[in-house]
Design a protein around this ligand. Structure first.
Ligand code: AMP
Length: 417
C-alpha cells in the first residue's frame, strides 16, 4: 500500500491558509472593483482543447500534460493552464451573445508534469483574469496594471515588469521567415524536438531550455523589428499608458512566453528573489484563439499568476501582517453546558471559540487550551451560581472575575486582550 504524497504535489496545511486567504481575498476585491466576475470551469477538459489552444509544439502539450483515457475511450487532460477552459466556457455558453465584453477571473489548481523544484510543482494554483471582446491597447494596460496592483496591494517588492510584442497574423509570417533563416544555419546541432519546432513553429525555439539554443537566441531576429504599423502603434500606446500611470517596465525583445496563442502584447512579472523560478505572473493578448476554437472573431487577453510562488515571496518579506482573530477557550462542566452554548454563540460573532469536553476534568481542558494556543480562557465552573465567571488571559496570566452579563463579558475580554 502506497499512501505517500505523490511527487511534485503538496498539502496546504492550516498554518498556511491565512496566506491563501489573503491572496485570494485581495485578488477578488481588486478584480471586482474593475468589474471582473468570477468564473469556475472544470478541472479536466478534452485533450484537444489544449492541443489546439496552448499549442502542439509547446513544452506543456509535448511533455507536461496529465492525460488519461476515460471508460468510453475519450482522451481527457487535467488542465495545465486556465485560458483554454475559459474560452471554451465562453463559447459553450455563448457568453458573447449576452455581453459586448466579458471580463472574468478564476482561481484554481493546474497540473503539469514538470521536474519539481522550489517554486515548481505538478499541482499548483493559478489566479488569472481574461478579457474577451476588447482590441484596444488601453485594455492591455488595464490587464498589466491589475497584475501590478495586486502585487502592490500585497506589499511585494523587487518586481520587474517585462513587456514585448509578438505581432499579429499580418506581420508574424515575415518574422517567422527571418527566424527560420537564422536558425536553419545551426539546425544540425538541434535536438529532434527543436528540429521539429524549426519546421512547425520557430518562435518556440526562443523559449527552448536547451543550452545551445539559449546561446543562439541572443543573436536571433526580434519580433519587435518586424511589427506592422498597427502592432507598432498598439505597443506604443500601451507603453504610453503604462508611463502615464508610473508603472515601470522593461522592454524584453526576446520574451515569447511558453504558450502558442499570443499575438501583440506579452508580459511577465519577475522577481529577483525566487532563484531560477523567477516568473510570478505571465500573460498577453490572444486575438485569434476564439476563432481557432471555431468561435467568432473576438480578441482576448489575460494573465495568470502562480499562487505558490507568490506565497513564497510573501513569506520572505515578513512585514506582511496576516489577519488574526483571538481564540477563546471555554471550559465546560456537565452542569453548565447550556450556559456554555449560549455564551459561545455570542462570542463567535467576534472571536474564534473552542469548547472543552464536559467529560474531561478542568486540568485536562486547560492543557488543551494551552496546546491550542488560546488567548483567553473562560471558566464555566460552580462560580456561575454566584453569577460570576473567571476569565484568564492565557498568554499573560492575568485573570479576573466578571459578572455573568454578556456585555460585561465582552468588555472584559476586550480589555484583557
Ligand atoms: P504560465 O501559465 O506558464 O504562463 O505560468 C504563469 C505563472 O504560473 C508563472 O509565472 C508561475 O508563477 C506559475 N507557474 C507555472 N508553472 C508552475 C509550476 N509548475 N509550479 C508552480 N507555479 C507555476
Amino acid at each position: 500500500m502506497n499512501i505517500e504524497l505523490p511527487r511534485g504535489v503538496q498539502d496546504i496545511l492550516p498554518e498556511d491558509i491565512p496566506y491563501w486567504h489573503l491572496v485570494e481575498n485581495t485578488a477578488r476585491k481588486l478584480f471586482e472593483s474593475y468589474n471582473y466576475e468570477e468564473i469556475r470551469t472544470p478541472i479536466f477538459e478534452y485533450t484537444e482543447l489544449f492541443r489546439k489552444g496552448t499549442g502542439e509544439t509547446t513544452d506543456i502539450v509535448m511533455k507536461e500534460m496529465y492525460t488519461f483515457t476515460d471508460k468510453k475511450g475519450r482522451s481527457l487532460t487535467l488542465r495545465p493552464e486556465g485560458t483554454p477552459g475559459v474560452i471554451r466556457a465562453f463559447l459553450t455558453n455563448k457568453i458573447y451573445n449576452q455581453k459586448p465584453v466579458c471580463k472574468v477571473y478564476y482561481i484554481g489548481p493546474m497540473f503539469r508534469y514538470e521536474r519539481p523544484q522550489a517554486g515548481r510543482y505538478r499541482q499548483f494554483h493559478q489566479l488569472g483574469i481574461e478579457v474577451l471582446g476588447r482590441k484596444d491597447p488601453y485594455i492591455d494596460f488595464e490587464v498589466i496594471k491589475l497584475a501590478v496592483d495586486l502585487l502592490k496591494n500585497l506589499k511585494l517588492e523587487n518586481l520587474e515588469v517585462e513587456i514585448n510584442s509578438l505581432g499579429c497574423i499580418k506581420c508574424r509570417p515575415n518574422y517567422r521567415e527571418a527566424l527560420i533563416n537564422y536558425f536553419r544555419k545551426y539546425e544540425d546541432q538541434f535536438s529532434p524536438i527543436d528540429k521539429e519546432r524549426l519546421e512547425r513553429n520557430p518562435l518556440r525555439l526562443l523559449d527552448s531550455k536547451d543550452e545551445k539554443l539559449i546561446a543562439l537566441k541572443d543573436q536571433a531576429p526580434q519580433p519587435i523589428d518586424y511589427l506592422c504599423d498597427e502592432c507598432k502603434i498598439h505597443f506604443e500606446k500601451l507603453q504610453k499608458y503604462l508611463s502615464l500611470d508610473n508603472i515601470k517596465y522593461k522592454l524584453s525583445p526576446k520574451l515569447v512566453r511558453g504558450l502558442d496563442y499570443y499575438t501583440k502584447t506579452v508580459f511577465e512579472i519577475t522577481t529577483t528573489t525566487l532563484g531560477s523560478q523567477n516568473a510570478v505572473v505571465g500573460g498577453g493578448r490572444y486575438d485569434n484563439l476564439v476563432e481557432t476554437y471555431g468561435g467568432p472573431s473576438i480578441p482576448g487577453l489575460g494573465f495568470a499568476l502562480g499562487i505558490e510562488r507568490l506565497i513564497i515571496l510573501l513569506k520572505q518579506q515578513n512585514h506582511i501582517s496576516l489577519p488574526y482573530i483571538p481564540l477563546i477557550f471555554i471550559t465546560l462542566s456537565e452542569d453548565y453546558v447550556e450556559a456554555g452554548i449560549k455564551l459561545a454563540k455570542i462570542l463567535r460573532t467576534k472571536y474564534r471559540v473552542d469548547m472543552g469536553s464536559p467529560q474531561e476534568n478542568l486540568r485536562t481542558q486547560l492543557k488543551w487550551a494551552d496546546r491550542l494556543g488560546s488567548d483567553i480562557v473562560i471558566f464555566l465552573t460552580e462560580e456561575i451560581v454566584k453569577n460570576k465567571l473567571k476569565i484568564k488571559n492565557f498568554k499573560t496570566g492575568e485573570e479576573k472575575y466578571t459578572d455573568l452579563n454578556l456585555n460585561t463579558i465582552l468588555e472584559d475580554i476586550e480589555t484583557m486582550l
